[in-house]
Write a protein that binds this ligand. Structure first.
Ligand SMILES: Nc1nc2c(c(=O)[nH]1)N[C@H]1C(S)=C(S)[C@@H](COP(=O)(O)OP(=O)(O)OC[C@H]3O[C@@H](n4cnc5c(=O)[nH]c(N)nc54)[C@H](O)[C@@H]3O)O[C@H]1N2
Ligand SMILES: Nc1nc2c(c(=O)[nH]1)N[C@H]1C(S)=C(S)[C@@H](COP(=O)(O)OP(=O)(O)OC[C@H]3O[C@@H](n4cnc5c(=O)[nH]c(N)nc54)[C@H](O)[C@@H]3O)O[C@H]1N2
Ligand SMILES: [Mo]
Length: 824
């Protein structure tokens, strides 16, 4: 019991959290002195010569660091997860600050975790409502290390680029604005006012607003996102690519056209009530660890879990709930027990074998229906909500689909698929969860539409315990979209924006992420502004993206921590340090809170708790206001300063512009926030004809040449996207090395290679080759012909033009490669 409380309350250490420093408490943030309304400027401020710097590395250095391998564990989380969290927090943020951060994480008066988008339980929150990886994200943000001007004066950009991604993140938080002037080798400090003026001048010097690209990552709050898209549209473009273009865009495309909303339809409670949960192309043990708690509860209520994945991820094997350590009655079981077995049926599909797998499941369901008419297919549902002709078309197509093709292309047997279909036929309440394993292939939209077909056949949507659940990545990626961060927002939204702010937003579709890289590469866009994220390393084709960024006149990164994207820049580069979600955000009218939307459409408030490391960091809304004032000047119809003084004013606009946000200020102040409207959740299908749609999606076999493998790029347990916290991937038994390629042992031997041999990877696309040197080949339980590497080291191999049909998402999980022994 002493142990249980040890990390539970800082008082246990004889220390109490420090009060907010008086300077942060009383004074409004000094940002207002930074805003300026410019005189109209037309002249270029920087030459167009690219910042050619061959010695600046766009990719992480290819040093091998001392691999240790062990048997992958069969149980996830448990005590080890708790210890890892604590060790990380105290190392980064110190005892008091680190513990304070944890105690406020996902609490009603605290801040929303900036890691993944998994929802908080409405009914019960434990004292430590977080997971190991949420804890790492929080500690990494709460760090007391500073990447300040002194550091950048000591180390040149080229020198910094030779550091690993982990070492870059370990430098700490940005604490003041920095500039890299044309030809300079080092970043130097710059005042906010000058930085904003520089942005305004460069943007106004463009021949057209379409020559600027405004990227967003998914941590940006609703308030900042709303202001940002408003600024960009008042400037005159829809060039608003975001990380979602590389993430769940395929889910959005598939779901919008079939059910009428680009989001999932289930609530957290539905998972507790489900009879069967399919988890497809997702590794929740690492990427959504709190989902395991929900799965544990579902299992306790009798749910069966079907996992479809090329890898049997430890998190879907057994789970010891770290929260149980807090409960004296369960602590022993949490420590020594076997954990909860999660997966009942494991279908080890080939990479991109999901379309044939779902086709097989649907085919088996229809065959069962034929044997027992009216027993399997939900005809009442189809009659009322779907289109009979489309159901017939699907039936005809599936009748002709051949089991031999389905088996060959999915890597699963007819028996496995029939058995699983029998389970689905017996169950009324079915949920399918998925993530990047489904969205990042050429035919991803079609695959997700097959998932929809299965749910429509069984009427498993829009009722308790059933539905579709794309599990979002970044903590506010869904909210950013709701607030208007999209290159193709619907007319309804744009019209409301026009009316609210008396201007005319552009209607021409903007660039998505891949199109933005192409525009920068071709000189059609000359200024890049990133609201968070790491555009260089998260995007495909690292060297092509680097060349594109180097052609810019100006690159601007609004960031919290250093990454490689700050080193590969345009002629002039700015780093603008932003307050993060953990930080107290004080403006003229007092402390402000922001709001976010989680993966299940719940909008909640988030209150920063930690004293910011410096007074020279601004909040994201303040940074947007600064850029907007310096760029739009008196042309703008928006009271930018007023919005920053009190975020309630931003929310008043949101209430009038964003569908479903009426009474936003009141609604977000309710204890659990509020659910955004979701028609399909209540069987109101919001497609153009008000119906749900079956679709026919032909098989698209992957054609590999002899010797080639299909490679997926995945996340390790110690990273958040391009932010690398550590070099281990504990759940896959890998320690101290990220440059590994997981291969079937027979595929290693067939190539005359030995285990752990250093190899080079070469990708093949449209006759072009891309190469990444120095990976260690390690044997792993992955289907023959498939292999896996980590993102972002392998992004250099993902061809820019290799994208998913209809969603334009890079095919990061379908890279055709050959593996060769490294020379020397
Ligand atoms: N700790 C941590 N949390 C995160 C993130 C992080 O980096 N770290 N990232 C956040 C973000 S932005 C996102 S989008 C999510 C990502 O969450 P995930 O989608 O879980 O992340 P990935 O590592 O890309 O894992 C994809 C999973 O899909 C499987 N897979 C790959 N190809 C296929 C396929 O063809 N078919 C099937 N069925 N499975 C396949 C892989 O084996 C792996 O288990 O996580 C979010 N949460
Ligand atoms: N090969 C391959 N590529 C992929 C993927 C894959 O599976 N395989 N996954 C794709 C997916 S799903 C996604 S979502 C993208 C992710 O793409 P991004 O969102 O662009 O990348 P991140 O690595 O999450 O961005 C991390 C940086 O964001 C900044 N940051 C963090 N918090 C804040 C904040 O609160 N405010 C601001 N202003 N900045 C902040 C920090 O400086 C940090 O270094 O990558 C995609 N790329
Ligand atoms: Mo993502």
């Amino acid at each position: 019991m002493t142990r249980t409380n040890k990390y539970n309350h800082p008082a246990a250490f004889g220390q109490t959290p420090p009060p907010l420093s008086s300077s942060t408490k009383e004074k409004p943030h000094p940002c207002f002195s930074y805003f300026s309304v410019p005189k109209p400027a037309r002249a270029l401020t920087t030459p167009i010569t690219p910042a050619a710097a061959p010695d600046i590395l766009a990719q992480p250095p290819a040093d091998l660091t001392g691999l240790r391998l062990s048997e992958p564990p069969t149980v996830a989380a448990g005590l080890e997860a708790v210890l890892q969290s604590m060790r990380f927090a105290w190392r980064e943020a110190g005892l008091v600050r680190g513990t304070r951060a944890y105690l406020k994480l996902n609490q009603r008066d605290g801040f929303d975790c900036s890691s993944c988008a998994w929802p908080d339980p409405d009914d019960h929150r434990s004292i430590a409502e977080f997971c190991e990886n949420g804890a790492k994200a929080t500690a990494s943000e709460a760090t007391t290390h500073r990447a300040d001007a002194a550091l950048f004066a000591r180390q040149s950009v080229a020198e910094l680029s030779h550091l690993s991604d982990k070492a870059l993140n370990d430098l700490g938080r940005f604490t003041e604005p920095l500039v890299l002037r044309p030809g300079a080798t080092h970043y130097a400090p710059i005042g906010w006012k000058e930085a904003f003026e520089l942005i305004g001048k460069e943007l106004n010097a463009l021949a057209s607003p379409e020559e600027a690209v405004f990227y967003t990552s998914g941590r940006t709050s609703n308030e900042a996102a709303f202001m940002y898209q408003l600024f960009v549209r008042q400037f005159g473009t829809n060039n608003l690519p975001d990380c979602s273009n590389m993430c769940h865009e395929s889910s959005g495309a598939a779901l919008n056209s079939t059910i009428g909303i680009g989001k999932g339809t289930v609530k957290l409670e539905d998972l507790y009530e489900a009879e069967v949960i399919l988890i497809v192309g997702q590794n929740p043990g690492t990427n959504h660890p709190r989902m395991l708690t929900a799965l544990q509860r579902a299992k306790a209520n009798g749910a069966q879990i079907v996992t479809i994945n090329p890898l049997f991820e430890a998190g879907l094997n057994h789970f010891r709930n770290p929260q149980d350590f807090l409960n004296p009655l369960q602590a022993a079981g949490a420590l020594f027990g076997p954990g909860t077995a999660l997966t009942d049926v494991f279908l080890q599909v080939k990479i991109n074998g999901d379309l044939p797998a779902f086709k097989g499941l649907c085919k088996a369901l229809l065959e069962a229906e034929k044997r027992n008419p009216g027993q399997v297919v939900d005809h009442a549902f189809i009659g009322q909500y779907a289109v009979a002709g489309e159901y017939e078309a699907l039936r005809t197509e599936l009748e002709t689909a051949r089991w031999a093709d389905i088996e060959e292309q999915s890597g699963l047997t007819e028996t496995q698929l029939r058995d699983t279909a029998a389970l689905l036929a017996r169950s009324e309440r079915i949920i399918t969860c998925w993530a990047m394993g489904l969205t990042q292939h050429k035919n991803s939209v079609a695959t997700i539409q097959e998932v929809v077909n299965l749910h429509l056949l069984r009427g498993a949507i829009g009722k308790p315990g059933a539905g579709l659940c794309p599990v979002r990545g970044h903590s506010n990626v869904q909210g950013d979209r709701t607030m208007g961060i999209w290159e193709k927002m619907p007319e309804e939204f744009l019209a409301a924006l026009d009316a609210e702010f008396q201007f005319t937003a552009p209607r021409k579709q903007g660039y998505d992420t891949v199109q933005a890289i192409e525009a920068l590469r071709d000189g059609r866009a000359l200024v890049f502004i990133g609201m968070g994220g790491n555009f260089l390393s998260a995007t495909p084709d690292t060297e092509a993206t680097a060349a594109a960024l180097r052609r810019c006149r100006l690159t601007v990164q609004v960031s919290t921590k250093p990454n490689r994207g700050h080193l590969v820049t345009g002629a002039t580069a700015l780093i603008l340090p932003a307050l993060a979600r953990t930080d107290v955000d004080r403006q003229r009218t007092g402390a402000q809170f922001v709001t976010t939307e989680n993966s299940m459409g719940v909008v909640q408030d988030s209150h920063g708790q930690l004293v910011p490391l410096s007074e020279h960091m601004l909040s994201e809304p303040a940074i947007v206001a600064g850029m907007a004032l310096a760029t739009l000047g008196t042309k703008s119809t928006v009271d930018w300063v007023g919005l920053v003084e009190n975020y309630d004013r931003i929310r008043e606009h949101i209430a009038r512009v964003v569908p479903g946000c009426q009474g936003y200020n009141e609604q977000v102040r309710q204890p659990n926030g509020f659910y955004l409207p979701n028609g399909p959740r209540e069987r109101r299908f919001t497609t153009t004809d008000g119906r749900a749609h079956f679709t026919v999606n032909p098989l698209q076999p992957v054609a590999l040449q002899p010797g080639q493998l299909l490679m997926m790029t995945i996340r390790s347990h110690d990273q958040f996207n391009t932010t690398v916290y550590g070099l281990d991937d504990r759940y896959r038994g890998v320690k101290q090395e990220r440059r590994v390629v997981f291969m079937h042992p027979a595929d290693i031997e067939e190539r005359g290679l030995y285990f752990r041999q250093p190899v080079d990877l070469i990708s093949h696309f449209e006759g072009q080759e891309r190469r990444a040197a120095s990976f260690l080949a390690i044997p792993y339980d992955v289907p023959r012909g498939c292999c896996a590497t980590y993102f972002p080291e392998a992004n250099v191999l993902v061809p820019l033009r290799s994208v998913a049909e209809r969603s334009n998402t890079p095919t990061s999980k379908s890279v055709v490669v050959t593996v060769q022994a490294s020379a020397g």
